[in-house]
Design a protein around this ligand. Structure first.
Ligand code: MN
Length: 189
């Protein structure tokens, strides 16, 4: 049985950049629903005793397991996303990762620019990520709907949820403003 990871901060802690109302719906309703659906879908089946990562990897690209993949990936993605925000967390990565980001993208500011571009270029629902491949190379990717780096042998390092449910109550159609606020005020490396 999977459970929702409790938020590591108060629901009001991210205001005014992410409202209590958004977090209530997003964490307590959307994320909870993915967890509930996943638990129902895997009960008494071959996935029952696997880890979340194993379920995602095993169900990826298999049309027989689309519903399991979508819910498992969303459980992973949301747990990761909520854990990487904080009102006054680490707004820049620690030395080693920062150095690697600067080497890969030229500067931290340029990383922010490219991360924002990916978040804006994701058409419809999805996610933007900073991820690392098996060789330790960094890349910015976007994924559609529930898709997730761990289905592609990539290790996620940062993400932003750009489904409308993540920002519509606070920013309506202004996804770019949400991404800016995330990068400046919400991110927690
Ligand atoms: Mn979401």
């Amino acid at each position: 049985m999977f459970t929702v990871k409790p938020l590591p901060y108060d629901k009001k802690a991210l205001e005014p950049y992410m409202s209590q109302e958004t977090l209530s719906f997003h964490h307590d309703k959307h994320y909870q629903t993915y967890v509930d659906n996943l638990n129902k879908l895997i009960s008494s089946g071959e996935f029952e005793n696997m880890t979340l990562e194993e379920i995602v990897q095993k169900s990826a690209n298999n049309p027989a397991y689309t519903a399991i993949f979508n819910n498992a990936a969303q459980v992973f993605n949301h747990g990761f996303f909520f854990a990487h925000m904080a009102p006054s967390g680490l707004k820049r990565p620690a030395d080693d990762l920062l150095k690697k980001i600067e080497q890969t993208f030229g500067s931290y500011e340029n990383f922010e620019k490219e991360f924002k571009s990916a978040a804006l270029a994701q058409f419809g629902s999805g996610w933007a990520w900073l991820a690392e491949n098996e060789n330790g190379d960094l890349q910015i990717i976007k994924t559609s709907n529930a898709d997730t780096p761990i289905a592609h042998n990539l290790r996620p390092l940062m993400t932003i949820d750009v489904w409308e449910h993540a920002y519509y109550l606070d920013y309506q159609n202004r996804r770019g403003d949400f991404v800016d606020a995330f990068l400046k005020h919400l991110i927690n490396w």
